[in-house]
Design a protein around this ligand. Structure first.
Ligand SMILES: C[S@@+](CC[C@H](N)C(=O)[O-])C[C@H]1O[C@@H](n2cnc3c(N)ncnc32)[C@H](O)[C@@H]1O
Length: 280
């Protein structure tokens, strides 16, 4: 093992090493250094001259090697920030994405007494809504038992105790319930699209990513099932692929939704659409 360097040197070298495999090598290096040393990232700026202890240096080198082989930073550190909180993540769940924060923002534009989150994964969306609306009744469904274990642990740690988690296929476990708001970030990649073979996607559950041949299969199930599960005047908001906006708006209209809107992500892509179920 080489002699441990200073914090500044360790961070600089790792940033250079990671440049060919990461779009954010300096940030990756900093997150991995924080994980290996147990130090806050602010310490690297306050005390750049501090020399790493040998065990932390060994841990850091190992983490950088794993990152070089493609493993996502969130899997290496075991957590990911979402909205204003940190979630535990691992190979059982999709790593929460910044785009999904726009789904939460759209949902929070009005209040809702009862909420259903379909395909809850790590629990990020349901937990964000539970934190904003502590009085709301919230159900969260996922087909993956291992994802639900992660979501339950996150909800417990973050004090989102009012969420009821259910295992099953989309609406099946809650088929007798009606809600004022349904939110979903369903899988929306088509089986023939190349994306899952690149970057972090290679390490994430295919069940969380791939919807079927066209990518619209899960979105259609969520939209077509929503009218039977919403109170009149209730809202449905969902995340979708950047080219799926027109199809999603068409499906929403066909299912009886009005006031249909689409929101863009930070890259300017259509990403979140929703509407209101006409009060009959
Ligand atoms: C794109 S991930 C979203 C996870 C989380 N809501 C988020 O935004 O990070 C889609 C989720 O849908 C779940 N899922 C896939 N098929 C499902 C089904 N038939 N019924 C319920 N959930 C399903 C997956 O297990 C996965 O957790």
């Amino acid at each position: 093992m080489t002699t441990p360097p200073t914090l500044a040197e360790a961070r600089r070298r790792a940033g250079q090493e990671l440049a060919p495999v990461s779009a954010s090598p300096a940030l990756d290096a900093e997150c991995l250094l924080a994980c290996a040393t147990g130090l806050a990232r602010t310490r690297f700026r306050a005390h750049p001259e501090e020399v790493l202890k040998a065990p932390a240096w060994a841990r850091f080198q190992h983490l950088v090697e794993r990152r070089l082989s493609g493993e996502p930073v969130a899997h290496l550190t075991g957590h990911r920030g979402f909205m204003d909180f940190e979630l535990r993540v691992g190979p059982a769940v999709l790593i929460p994405r910044p785009e999904t924060e726009h789904l939460v923002e759209a949902a929070l534009e009005r209040s809702a007494a009862s909420v259903l989150d379909l395909g809850c994964g790590s629990g990020c969306v349901a937990i964000a809504l539970a934190r904003a609306w502590p009085e709301a009744d919230i159900d969260a469904v996922d087909v993956s038992e291992t994802a639900l274990s992660v979501a339950r642990a996150n909800a417990r740690e973050l004090g989102a105790d009012q969420i009821r988690f259910h295992a099953g296929d989309w609406y099946a476990p809650v088929s007798r319930q009606r809600y004022s708001l349904i939110v979903s970030n369903p899988p929306y990649i088509g089986a023939d699209e190349a994306e899952p073979d690149t970057g972090d996607l290679r390490f994430e559950p295919r069940q969380a990513l791939i919807a079927g041949p066209t990518g619209l299969e899960a979105i259609r199930i969520v939209i077509q099932g929503a009218p039977a599960q919403l109170h009149p005047g209730g809202q449905l908001w969902l995340e979708h692929g950047y080219r799926q906006g027109p199809s999603v708006r068409e499906e929403l209209a066909a299912a009886g939704f009005t006031a249909i809107e689409t929101r863009h992500d930070l890259a300017g892509h259509e990403r979140i659409s929703g509407g209101r179920l006409e009060a009959s």
